[in-house]
Design a protein around this ligand. Structure first.
Ligand code: ADP
Ligand code: MG
Length: 681
């Protein structure tokens, strides 16, 4: 059966009128490869060109008005190539002076007594419009009053792109995916109209309606796909029963340098029950940073080995993979043969590793995305664990799971996911929580200081350094970018730290460094060859240096709560008192609220709940981290309620079995074929 598309076109992209090879190349750069891509290339915003009555217009607002020309325009030249055109108009009975800078050619086009439409900024006191556009006909202004504005690049301008999309929209057929019942129930428009309206909205009301329909469609399709997948997994859920040797596992636990917390014990029990059962494990293990999830994972991996199975642990970054490999090999000693597989493992070394993995000589493999490449073949993998799972897309996790047909899956996360969202994203799964820190840990003391109090914070840091402790200085970005000019440049901050703490050894870590450089710095920090580590958020996940007891987060209001909490978790990893100081001068209510929440609680679960209350689920994870795809129109924060509705409706369709009838055959193959709604990077 041929591939099912949302949009069927009688011709390919290359035969669109006005699209030569040059422009085609530009479109490709904008990720437009097909007609479908072009049709779904929605405007990033709309310019409102609705003509207004100037008597009602707000001072200093941008207005579009129609006026009658009653003076011959004059042009004054000044400077080098600069000019100012002045023309007097009568607009809604107001005598208005319109000025246009650097558009002298307009003079020839403006005739006395003509009606012209102009757009510009209204200055009521001076009775003046500082014009930026002048339209001479309705056609030029466009039929629509909301002018679509697309993201463009050099080589293609707004107007030709708009024309092309219009031409294509006239020719294509657009499938309808939502049933009439569903559309009636939620007052949704047909998809074909919706897509057209998103490009050419006659007014804001229509635009909002179109947005709503499209967002719902995306979320609904996503939910169908997720829930279908979950159902397939559940029904084909015969898993290998892991017949571990409980005595050996007990001996391993006894050999650990500490006693498990009650919460850890309980999680281990829950996981072990799943492992033994003939139903595939699909479990989330959540626990705050430092709660000891890794040890729980280690115990499970060990149990797998006693049953004769391999296990895999996938983590989002190389640094983290290496740290895990190191701490696990310490825990396992020579009882397990563990391997590290990351992007830096190449050539002969990699080939040998893959060979051993396939032969079953490796008991457990720890790695990054490198684990899901096609040529990575396991001998008999019985357990797949992903750490910080919210960082992986659904597709990646699925790929890893497919490495072993009946593999048990454990997701670990330090970002507590509100249950409602977890279900939306991952479907039903069992949850184990470690809501308890190991004995002897002192809660981190978090404080918030404005930028003015920076010096005092430095003094505080000095006293930690004098005690022989190490510190983190975290800074939001690596380079000063245009949009965040005031963000402290990490390199600059590094310089400042070197200058201020002449006697301390200062290290620098950021994302633009190669992984060898990063590893080297981390290793030196870990070995206490570095006292102060100035870093961007690359240290965020899982890094473990217990001697570090102080963290200063610069411009903390630039980070979401989740990131702040993750960052803070790098300290407080020993019996010493740890501190986290947030330096921020937030200007918004939410910014202030966020700082306050951080100082009030150390509990990630509470943080996530409070954040959810404040703003919906998106901010806590950052949409990117939520495991949700990038939707074209839907926004999981703003459309959270809609996501819940879509989830319920999709669930209904699947559970009732209706989804598996002939009526839905096309939709099913569409969902199978298209990752349209799940564009993970
Ligand atoms: P997480 O992955 O949940 O952030 P880790 O597993 O990295 O936490 O554990 C943090 C630190 O606590 C590690 O150094 C680990 O060895 C230690 N640890 C774990 N469990 C215990 C425990 N029950 N008692 C004491 N220390 C523990
Ligand atoms: Mg961890």
């Amino acid at each position: 059966m041929s591939k099912v598309h949302l949009i069927e076109s009688p011709f390919p992209l290359s035969s669109v009128k006005g699209l030569g090879p040059k422009r085609l190349a530009v479109l490709n750069e904008l990720n437009i490869q097909t007609i479908e891509d072009l049709v779904l290339y929605f405007p990033v915003r709309y310019e409102d060109n609705t003509v207004v009555d100037l008597n009602q217009a707000e001072d200093q607002s941008v207005v579009t008005v129609v006026g009658e020309v009653y003076s011959t325009p004059t042009v004054a030249f000044f400077g080098r190539n600069k000019s100012k055109l002045t023309v007097h108009l009568l607009v809604n009975n107001i005598a208005v002076k319109a000025i246009f800078f650097n558009q002298p050619y307009l003079k020839k086009k403006i005739q006395l007594n003509d009606l012209v439409t102009i757009k510009g900024k209204w200055n009521r006191r001076k009775q003046e419009i500082n014009g930026n556009r002048m339209y001479f006909s309705a056609e030029e202004q466009g039929e629509t009053h909301l002018e679509p504005v697309y993201r463009i690049k050099e080589g293609i301008k707004q107007k030709p792109l708009r024309d092309m999309i219009r031409q294509v929209l006239d020719e294509v057929t657009i499938e309808e995916w939502l049933s009439e019942d569903l559309r009636n129930k939620y007052k949704l428009e047909p998809l074909a109209d919706t897509i057209r309206t998103l490009h050419y909205a006659p007014d804001k009301t229509e635009l909002l309606r179109a947005r709503r329909t499209y967002a719902f469609t995306e979320l609904f399709m996503f939910e169908l796909r997720m829930q279908w997948l979950n159902r397939l997994e559940k029904t084909s859920d015969e898993a290998i029963e892991i017949d571990y040797d409980i005595e050996r596992v007990k001996a391993f636990i006894a050999s650990l340098p500490f006693e498990l917390t009650d919460a850890q014990k309980q999680s281990v029990n829950e996981i072990f029950r799943d492992l033994k059962s003939p139903i595939r494990m699909h479990r989330l293990l959540q626990g705050d940073v430092g709660s000891g999830k890794t040890v729980v994972a280690a115990i499970c991996m060990y149990a797998l080995k006693t049953a004769g199975y391999q296990s895999a642990l996938m983590v989002p970054t190389e640094i983290l993979a290496e740290q895990h490999a190191e701490s696990l090999s310490e825990l396992f000693g020579d009882t397990m043969n563990i391997a590290l597989l990351t992007g830096s493992v190449k050539g002969k070394k990699r080939a040998l590793l893959l060979e051993q993995l396939e032969a079953g000589e490796i008991d457990c493999v720890i790695g990054t995305h490198a684990l899901i490449q096609d040529d990575v073949i396991f001998n008999n993998v019985g357990l797949v664990i992903t750490d910080e799972q919210h960082r992986f897309g659904v597709n990646q996790r699925q790929l890893l799971r497919e490495k072993g047909a009946m593999t048990n899956v454990l997701f670990m996360t330090a970002t507590p996911i509100p249950r409602t969202l977890a279900i939306s994203v991952f479907g039903e799964m069992d949850v184990s929580s470690i809501k308890q820190l190991p004995k002897g840990r002192k809660p981190i003391i978090t404080s918030w200081a404005k930028h003015e109090a920076y010096e005092e914070v430095l003094t505080q840091m000095t006293s930690e350094l004098r005690k022989g402790r190490q510190t983190y200085v975290i800074c939001p970005l690596i380079e000063s970018s245009e949009h965040l000019e005031d963000v402290q440049n990490v390199v600059e901050l590094y310089g400042a730290m070197q200058a201020y703490y002449g006697e301390s050894r200062v290290g620098l870590l950021h994302g633009k460094m190669t992984s060898e450089e990063k590893d080297d710095v981390m290793q030196r920090f870990s070995d206490h060859d570095i006292d102060i580590l100035v870093s961007t958020t690359v240290v965020e996940v899982g890094v473990n240096v217990p001697n570090a007891t102080f963290m200063m987060i610069y411009d903390a209001d630039r980070f979401g709560l989740s990131t702040l909490h993750q960052l803070r978790g790098r300290v407080g990893r020993s019996e010493h008192q740890s501190y986290c100081v947030l330096i921020a001068s937030p200007k918004t209510e939410t910014g202030i609220e966020r700082m306050n929440i951080m100082t009030e609680t150390n509990d990630g679960f509470e943080l996530s709940e409070r954040d959810l209350e404040m703003r919906g689920p998106g901010d806590f994870f950052g949409v990117k981290q939520s495991g949700l795809p990038d939707f074209l129109v839907a926004n999981v924060v703003e459309d959270y309620k809609m996501l819940e509705v879509a989830r319920d409706e999709a669930g209904e369709l699947i559970q009732s079995g209706q989804f598996f009838t002939d009526e839905y055959a096309t939709l099913r193959s569409f969902i199978e074929d298209n990752l349209l709604y799940t564009s993970f990077d």
